[in-house]
Design a protein around this ligand. Structure first.
Ligand code: ATP
Ligand code: LTN
Length: 340
């Protein structure tokens, strides 16, 4: 790929975020991350990526993986990302991430990576495949962000520790080689940053959960959504009230609040005197209605593979051009021989 000038608005701040193509996105991914990405597109230069290289840290069947990556790309567009306003691309299509990742790994300490809770959780979950990629995952994530000199990174709360590490790596590189990288800030939503599993509200809702009733998938139909909420684990109390020890109800209230825009006091008075049954039904209906446009748009997009290919090819070229300038500068800083 040739280097050329990318026309981006230099007065706007840069946003980068990524999501793994590990299955249909959950309501947690949607409320904690993707739903917030669309509205940022006018105010910022946004770059959004399907991070397939990150997903490869867990063993996958190649054919399913390829299909899921395209489906997830279509889902991002269905959730409101506009491939003309933003750069929307597939991570492995831009080799600059992996190249910068190597440079950054030489500025990252073994001890820092062993402290990452996601590494500890995932290596416990897959004890037969604690591969080096799983260990260096956060360095690649730092490269994703720093290779565009992103200012802001919209994420759910579970990614806070990884972002903190990316900041430390940027500061260390800058100290060692002179000013190079923007130190990125996390952009975490006030409500919805940590949606919990419907079956175990002490755990986060995750697309790789083995129990299908634990998470709402954003392509679930209305009946499925209502059924899953009906079965959601709550407590033996009957009052819809946000309080300590009521993890299940707190989670449902958070979801309802994100979807309707109502605050906790308004929700408590709306359901005062009504039981959990009525509340669960209302949450299910509100969620299903808010996801309906995403399902409709997705059905259209996934039927048009040529259009999707055109979008992700164009996204990859724009991402490459933009990141190449920053990678070239970083390569010079560390002392690699220039050949251009
Ligand atoms: P996996 O289960 O495959 O590891 P995941 O469901 O945790 O994946 P990611 O692709 O790792 O999803 O995350 C994409 C984005 O969604 C991240 O910004 C992450 O912080 C956010 N996110 C994930 N789960 C939740 C959740 N339960 N609540 C709020 N935000 C979430
Ligand atoms: N690690 C993130 C996905 C991710 C990401 C990124 C998020 C990879 N690279 C860069 C923000 C910025 C996750 O598991 N949710």
């Amino acid at each position: 790929m040739a280097e050329s000038n990318e026309a981006i608005n230099t007065t706007k701040k840069v946003i980068f975020s990524g999501i793994q193509p590990t299955g249909v996105f959950t309501l947690g991914n949607y409320l904690g991350a993707i739903k917030n990405w669309g509205p940022l597109q006018d105010e910022y230069n946004c770059i959004y990526s399907i991070v397939d290289e990150h997903a490869l840290t867990v063993k996958r069947d190649p054919a399913t993986f390829r299909k899921q990556t395209i489906e997830c790309y279509a889902l991002l567009l269905a959730c409101g990302l506009d491939p003309e306003k933003s750069i929307v691309f597939i991570q492995s299509h831009n080799p600059n991430h992996a190249q910068l990742s190597w440079i950054l790994s030489c500025c990252t300490q073994f001890g820092e990576l062993t402290r990452m809770t996601q590494f500890k959780d995932k290596s416990q979950k897959h004890p037969d495949d604690v591969n080096a990629g799983l260990f260096t995952y956060p360095v690649l994530m730092a490269a994703d962000i720093l290779v565009y000199n992103a200012d802001l990174v919209p994420i759910g709360e579970d990614q806070k520790q990884h972002l903190e590490l990316a900041r430390n790596i940027a500061v260390r590189f800058n100290q060692r080689y002179g000013d190079m990288f923007t130190v990125p800030d996390a952009y975490i939503p006030k409500t919805g940053a940590r949606i919990k599993s419907l079956q175990d509200p002490t755990k986060k809702m995750s697309k790789s959960d083995d129990n299908p009733n634990a998470c709402i998938l954003i392509l679930d139909d209305k009946d499925t959504i209502i059924r899953k909420f009906k079965r959601a684990v709550t407590d033996s109390d009957t009052e819809v009230r946000y309080a300590e020890g009521k993890d299940g109800i707190n989670n449902l209230m958070t979801i309802y609040s994100c979807v309707t825009g109502k605050n906790m006091d308004e929700i408590e008075s709306e359901f005062s005197g009504k039981g959990y049954g009525d509340f669960k039904l209302a949450v299910g209906e509100a969620v299903a209605d808010s996801l309906e446009p995403v399902r409709t748009e997705y059905a259209k997009l996934i039927a048009d593979k040529a259009y999707l290919k055109q979008c992700y090819t164009d996204g990859a070229q724009r991402a490459f051009r933009l990141s190449n300038k920053i990678l070239t500068k970083a390569s010079r800083k560390v002392g690699f021989v220039d050949y251009r």
